[in-house]
Ligand binder design. Structure first.
Ligand code: PGA
Length: 249
């Protein structure tokens, strides 16, 4: 079970350190995988703050090249060196606001794995796509392309996050059965692409308007292995979410 907080473009370095210290105290001893994904400029300091705690560090993005003329980008080598363990990739905000394609995302997934970190590959349909009945089709295509060319060993080291775009930051959370339907589909797809054993090893997180009052129902679903949380990861609610998830461990 994993709970990852995607802070997006929120919190300055000072605020991040303060909040991380509070979380360390409040979440001490919990047997969950708890991942904090702050903005890039906070990673280095948070790596120090989180050292020897049960909280891990994640980044929200990275480039696929090791180094070079890519103004404004951060490479996986840089992230690895400061102690980043997870990298969110293919988030819908990156796909839709910054125009990232599946091919670009696939290169990043490979680069993250090659540098010994775990990609959290996000997939999910827009409201329009859902209304047209295209949910499974979109999710399958994003997954097939995002995972293209990965070896079995690499698949064992990835995390998938199903994040319906219509649920992200909208307050409209997927109903537990709606999320389970897609999670079950993803599990079946992994089984078809690889095998049943492998399909069970890949954690599939749900993301989109998770709050303490809707989290339990989602996490009680058989194919939901945790949450990727935006807004509710920025304050005390994150502690509540971790507590709820720890009932399932
Ligand atoms: P939200 O964001 O929890 O604020 O909806 C989730 C995400 O974008 O990962």
């Amino acid at each position: 079970m994993i709970v990852a907080g995607n802070w997006k473009m929120n919190k300055t370095n000072q605020q991040a350190k303060l909040f991380a210290n509070t979380l360390i105290q409040r979440l001490a001893g919990m047997k969950l995988r708890i991942v904090l994904c702050p903005p890039f400029v906070c990673l280095s300091d948070l790596a120090e703050v989180l050292r020897e705690t049960n909280l891990c560090l994640g980044a929200q993005n990275c480039h696929y090249e090791k180094a070079g003329a890519f103004t404004g980008e951060i490479s996986p080598v840089m992230l690895k060196e400061i102690g980043v363990e997870y990298v969110i990739v293919g988030h819908s905000e990156r796909r839709h606001i910054f125009g990232e394609t599946d091919e670009f995302i696939n290169k990043k997934v490979k680069a993250i794995l090659d540098n010994g970190m775990t990609p959290i590959l996000c997939v999910g349909e827009t409201k329009e796509e859902r209304e047209k009945g295209l949910t499974f089709c979109v999710v399958e295509s994003q997954l097939r392309q995002g995972l293209f060319g990965l070896t079995r060993d690499q698949i064992e080291r990835i995390v998938i996050a199903y994040e319906p775009v219509w649920a992200i930051g909208t307050g409209i959370v997927a109903k537990p059965w709606q999320a389970q339907e897609v999670h079950g589909f993803i599990r079946k797809l992994l089984k078809a692409l690889y095998d049943e054993n492998l399909s069970k090893k890949v954690p599939i997180l749900y993301g989109g308007s998770i709050k303490p009052d809707n989290f339990f129902g989602l996490m009680a679903q058989p194919d939901i292995d945790g949450g990727l949380v935006g807004g509710a990861s920025l304050d005390e609610q994150f502690v509540e979410l971790a507590k709820i998830l720890s009932w399932f461990v």
